[in-house]
Ligand binder design. Structure first.
Ligand code: GLY
Ligand code: MN
Ligand code: MN
Length: 468
């Protein structure tokens, strides 16, 4: 990778070692996944593995040994092999693992079975994350058993097994300048790509054509790949939260919702925008849109150090419910509606109500069924805890979260004013918690009705001029 900087990873390993107790930590590279016959899914390195090593080759293994006098960072990597490299691509080999990736020791993959048990000898603790990949779990058990079998030779195997996620995910949750360098780039590029897709949208295009504009702009601007599959949903499709078909025509008079993000240096942005396919919001679309925007801005404003994780969510729920009542989607007092939903959730949790047999009350949940955000970083739904014991975790400087409220009004409903049917709106930005005002990393993506209509009018002009 052109931006590769070995120092970033060295700093992270040093911090990881500082936080671990004496022992050996084992991190596997992501396994390759077969798509069909001899075709594999695009390979992407495991985020934890990459975070500590910067190494992108599949099949590799990383050991970190806190108290080893020389070998604190060990890599097992695919060996150099002329024929394999001609067919499948370049390899760093153990030599490159040492010189470029700064491993203290590096071996070819076929040395794993001998060397890993060797490194585990007489170590009190082993850090390994179980449960993601059964094949890896079995291998780790095998290495442990090899060392356990040496007991009568006076060699002890680790007896304490720890999950390294506890340490590494806490590190990943607080972004420093090394992380933000890439995250900002991804956010800026993704925001530009949303703007570009808006400008290029015309009635009659297919959803995947709008998707192509986003993806083209992202790649053209320096993003190697997307952070997650794009959701491009015209009209009523926006009311399917994880819509992925992206193959319907974009109709004049409908909105289109695009939830798409690109990756830069393994960090992804996560942006949703909605815009009118013909460039002009209808009054009903605008009403829904402005309520979602109001909720989003209020939640962003709350994203400050010391604020419990769920507070921005409840802020959005408050504003959205007020909007739903104002638009006639719901009847009653917004505060009571929210209290009713909370009571229902409590009753379900305590098994006093069964959602399969009891009728749920009609509340904001009918039109807003997801949470208002999640952590963001190398993984789109990034690692890190949301709770500490019974309490929601408090936001801290360096956290990056999404803020993404929405209102979804399915065309199949028969209990709301007709003018709102088939409107689905979500607005999603990526927010950095700072000491002061929250920083919206994705602010370059047009967001107000005025901005969007202006950008789309410019797009029309540009295209008309190009076609003259
Ligand atoms: N793109 C996935 C999400 O918004 O959570
Ligand atoms: Mn999101
Ligand atoms: Mn999203």
């Amino acid at each position: 990778m052109s931006d590769f900087n070995a120092d970033i990873f060295k700093r992270r390993r040093a911090e990881f070692m500082k936080r671990m107790q004496p022992g050996v930590a084992i991190f596997p590279a992501a396994p390759e996944a077969r798509r069909n016959n001899d075709v594999y899914f695009e390979y992407r390195q495991d985020s934890d593995f990459y975070y500590l090593t910067g190494f992108e080759e599949p099949g590799s293994l990383c050991l970190i040994i806190k108290d080893h006098p020389e070998h604190k960072f060990i890599l097992f990597v695919p060996p150099r092999d002329k024929s394999m490299e001609i067919w499948h691509g370049r390899r760093a080999g153990p030599e490159g693992a040492r010189s470029v990736y700064k491993a203290d020791a590096a071996y070819a993959l076929d040395e794993i079975e001998k060397m890993v048990p060797d490194y585990l000898k007489n170590q009190l603790r082993m850090y390994a994350h179980f449960g993601d990949d059964a094949a890896f779990d079995d291998r780790v058990t095998g290495w442990l058993n090899k060392v356990r079998a040496m007991k009568r030779l006076g060699i002890n195997a680790p007896t304490e097994i720890h999950d390294p996620s506890e340490i590494i995910h806490e590190m990943r949750l607080v972004k420093n300048d090394d992380d933000l360098h890439f995250l900002r780039k991804a956010a800026k590029l993704g925001a530009g790509a949303h703007r570009h897709a808006m400008m290029m949208t015309r009635p009659g295009m297919y959803e995947y054509e709008v998707q192509a504009e986003f993806e083209y702009f992202s790649k053209r601007g320096g993003s190697h790949r997307l952070g997650y599959p794009s959701i491009v949903a015209a009209g009523d499709n926006a009311n399917i939260l994880h819509y992925h078909e992206n193959n319907a025509p974009c109709k004049d008079g409908d909105l289109i919702l695009m939830d798409a993000g690109c990756e830069v240096g393994m960090y992804t942005c996560d942006i949703t925008r909605c815009w009118p396919i013909n460039g002009k919001f209808t009054p009903a679309q605008r009403e829904v849109y402005d309520w979602v925007l109001k909720a989003q801005l209020a939640s962003i404003e709350l994203s400050r150090p010391g604020v419990p994780w769920q507070d921005p969510h409840w802020k959005s729920v408050e504003v959205l419910t007020e909007g739903m009542v104002a638009m006639g989607l719901l009847k009653g007092d917004p505060k009571e509606i929210i209290a009713t939903q909370k009571q229902w959730d409590e009753d379900v949790k305590n098994k006093k109500k069964d959602p399969k047999t009891d009728k749920a009350p009609k509340t904001y949940r009918e039109f807003y069924m997801h949470n208002t955000g999640h952590w963001l970083g190398m993984d789109v739904h990034d690692v890190g805890k949301y709770r500490e014991g019974e309490q929601w975790r408090k936001l801290a400087k360096g956290n990056v979260l999404t803020v993404e409220p929405g209102i979804y009004i399915s065309a199949e409903r028969d209990d709301v004013p007709r003018k709102y049917l088939g409107i689905g709106v979500r607005i999603e930005d990526d927010v950095l918690v700072t000491d002061g005002t929250p920083e919206v990393l994705t602010k370059d993506a047009p967001k107000t009705v005025e901005e969007i209509e202006k950008v789309m009018a410019e797009g029309k002009k540009t295209l008309a001029a190009a076609l003259k």
